[in-house]
Design a protein. Structure first.
Length: 311
């Protein structure tokens, strides 16, 4: 079952819990008028209203139900993630397998991740364009561990063509910069939402989000989540481009809601098709098999054929 994503951003509310239900009570209203949602149905609670109050009992119930709580800062971008402690029955075994993983396997997994990311980037570009053909060629050239950094080369090609190749005077129309102007803000928000969903799936599988395949920054507690996020980024890119082309560059409630809906986007994972949130768990399960020595390939979600063909 796909878990629900709850966004708190329109007005201050008080979040509490009663009989296993998350109670969302608007400020100044009676509790009898509050909205209630079963905690077990919730996957992510995203709080972007500074006047929101959350009870300790509500946080405890959400963690017990396996939900993730994302707190946004003044810039409306996620500033922190609260994850439940691992409750998987084999968590110790899983983390030992994570620690013991050999470098050759990590390199093979990173090759799969980079190649999948570049293929997804290519699918976002106009069919028959030289940039798309270039990316499709680069995806075939990724070697184990990506020693020649094909990922970075592909990024230059991709972002220069993401919103079209150039303006009338020859200037590039977009430059990807996390600290840059719109629509970078929308990209940042979408990536952060998927990052939280990936981290939640890793914890649910008994893995540590901190022990990465390729990312290894000592101050980053989500290295593995960032690794698995890479091939999912183009899903966000496509949605942000649609928002941008419709004139929605502001990180407001409608644009945030549109990006949160990506967790319900229909994707394919191997022969299976379903919501992205469910597919992320399948991808993590395939990683567990790789670590355990019972598999050697990640099952990475891709946008359904119908949507790709419509592009």
């Amino acid at each position: 079952m796909i878990k629900r994503t709850i966004e708190i951003s329109r007005e201050p509310v008080y979040l509490s819990v009663r009989h296993g239900q998350l109670v969302v009570q608007r400020r100044g209203t009676d509790r009898s008028e509050a909205t209630t949602i079963p905690c077990e149905d919730i996957g992510v609670v995203l709080i972007d209203e500074p006047g929101t109050t959350v009870s300790h009992a509500a946080l405890g119930a959400l963690m017990q139900a396996g939900a993730t709580v994302v707190i946004c800062g003044k810039d409306h971008l996620p500033a922190g993630i609260l994850l439940p402690l691992p409750t998987h029955t084999e968590v110790v075994v899983r983390i030992h397998e994570q620690i013991a993983v050999k470098k050759p396997l990590e390199k093979r997994l990173w090759k799969q991740i980079v190649a999948a990311k570049i293929r997804a980037q290519a699918a976002n570009l106009d069919r028959g364009s030289p940039e798309r053909r270039k990316l499709e060629s680069l995806a075939h050239n990724v070697r184990s561990g990506d020693p020649s950094n094909v990922e970075a080369h592909a990024a230059k090609v991709y972002w220069s063509a993401w919103l079209g190749t150039a303006t009338s005077n020859g200037e590039k129309r977009f430059r990807r910069d996390p600290d840059g102007g719109a629509p970078n803000n929308l990209l940042n928000y979408g990536y952060a939402v998927l990052r939280a969903a990936v981290a939640r799936a890793l914890v649910a599988a008994g893995l540590s989000p901190a022990l990465g395949i390729h990312h290894s920054n000592r101050s980053n507690a989500f290295c593995l989540a960032d690794d698995l996020l890479e091939p999912l980024r183009p899903i966000v890119d496509a949605q942000v481009r649609d928002l941008h082309e419709s004139g929605s560059d502001t990180l407001d409630q409608p644009s945030k809601a549109s990006l949160l809906e990506l967790l319900a986007e229909s994707v394919e994972t191997g022969p299976d098709r379903g919501p992205l949130m469910v597919a992320i768990h399948r991808m993590v399960a395939s990683l567990v098999h790789c670590y355990a020595g019972t598999g050697d390939e990640l099952v990475i979600p891709v946008v359904t054929r119908e949507k790709r063909d419509a592009h």
